[in-house]
Design a binder for this molecule. Structure first.
Ligand SMILES: NC(=O)c1ccc[n+]([C@@H]2O[C@H](COP(=O)([O-])OP(=O)(O)OC[C@H]3O[C@@H](n4cnc5c(N)ncnc54)[C@H](OP(=O)(O)O)[C@@H]3O)[C@@H](O)[C@H]2O)c1
Length: 336
């Protein structure tokens, strides 16, 4: 059975407190010079928490921001415009628990001829128990892992994200530009999760709160393994898309909004007192997305402002290949 690092949400939150006080190695490298003028930034799950703060910060730094959200349209976008002083912000509907919605979202980007320079895969959910999606998967599996695979496939297949041609002699080559960047928002809680369990993979079954907490960190391990394999495959013949990962550290966000009432109160208390504001947590993500330090790097991981190694299983090419193949097989069944 797949096992994440934590089964108890209070223990998971308290583990985050230690991170809060850790040294931030690269914090001084992030400056006002890191601008996003002329860049289009797509952020999933931008209605609240980290995603909302990211939308605001990228807009302040000159980006065209696309907030891909399933709720708070248009209020969240209007608020980002107010806070950033930029009107280059738009919201588009995307429900990552509905495969059809991912297709309709991508179709709308294609129809409007949008080309994305920076894609932040931020949305995730924590649920108190299993919940079935219309396509029959567990909602956390779909939203926190597989929807990202579907979205990335569609964005690449439809040239919404255009891999850079690494050969500068080619006509229409984008030589001189830096490759587009994808950033997966992960969690350091993935460290120590079990190896991917293919008996459970994509299969719906009922579970309760401790398995749900465990799955949160386990699905981050699955997501990280996919991101590293994507980076390997897409950049096999030279640097085409920069695919990096980051854990923002403990964020005072809405991530526990579906927890039972008492637990939610306890967790919200911990979050409010010791966790970082979303604006502060967004800084290393914006740094990784804009800084020349990460232009043309791929497969790198930051834990806040600290370069770090992920769980060793994430880098295993055999694991990456197997996950890729099993994910594509599953997609053939549920998203032909
Ligand atoms: N909070 C932490 O301490 C912490 C620590 C490490 C990593 N992270 C990661 O940071 C990222 C952002 O989380 P957060 O803490 O900012 O939590 P949050 O405030 O709950 O934000 C999550 C976002 O994802 C969206 N979302 C959830 N299900 C969705 C769906 N089916 N379709 C589309 N969007 C959906 C939510 O939209 P709605 O508003 O519509 O629900 C919301 O905008 C996540 O990847 C999380 O795993 C958080």
């Amino acid at each position: 059975m797949a096992e994440g690092r934590f089964k108890n949400p209070v223990v998971a939150s308290l583990a985050g407190i230690r991170d809060f006080f850790s040294k931030q190695q690269l914090a001084d490298r992030f400056t006002d010079q890191d601008r996003a003028d002329g860049l289009t930034v797509l952020i999933t799950g931008a209605t609240s928490g980290l995603g909302f703060a990211l939308a605001t910060e990228f807009a302040k730094r000159g980006a065209e921001v696309i907030m891909a959200c399933r709720s708070r349209i248009p209020e969240a976008g209007e608020r980002v415009k107010e806070l950033s002083g930029s009107d280059r912000v738009e919201m588009r509907f995307l429900d990552l628990s509905d495969i059809g919605s991912i297709h309709r979202f991508t179709d709308s980007l294609v129809r409007d001829n949008i080309s994305v320079d920076i894609c932040i895969l931020n949305a995730a959910t924590t649920l108190p128990k299993s919940r079935k999606t219309p396509s029959g998967q567990d909602e956390m599996f779909l939203v926190n892992y597989l929807s990202n695979v579907i979205l990335i496939n569609l964005l690449l297949q439809n040239s919404v994200i255009r891999p850079q041609d690494p050969d500068p002699s080619q006509e229409n080559s984008s030589a001189g530009k830096t490759p587009p960047r994808m950033i997966f928002i992960s969690s350091d809680s993935h460290q120590g999760s079990s190896a991917i369990d293919y008996n459970e993979f994509g299969r719906y079954f009922d579970y309760g709160v401790s398995k749900a907490i465990s799955n949160y960190s386990y699905f981050k391990l699955v997501l990280n393994t996919y991101a590293v394999e994507l980076s390997r495959r897409i950049n096999r013949d030279g640097m085409k898309v920069s695919v990096n990962l980051i854990c923002p550290g403990p964020v005072n966000s809405n991530i526990v909004k579906e927890a039972p009432w008492l637990l939610r109160m306890i967790l919200k208390g911990i979050f409010t007192i010791v966790f970082k504001s979303p604006a502060k947590a967004a800084r290393p993500v914006v740094y990784m997305a804009l800084s020349p330090d990460y232009a043309g790097t791929t497969g790198e991981y930051l834990h806040m402002f600290n370069p770090k190694k992920m769980d060793p299983k994430v880098y295993d090419p055999a694991e990456g290949r197997k996950l890729w193949e099993r994910s594509m097989e599953l997609l053939k069944e549920i998203d032909p």
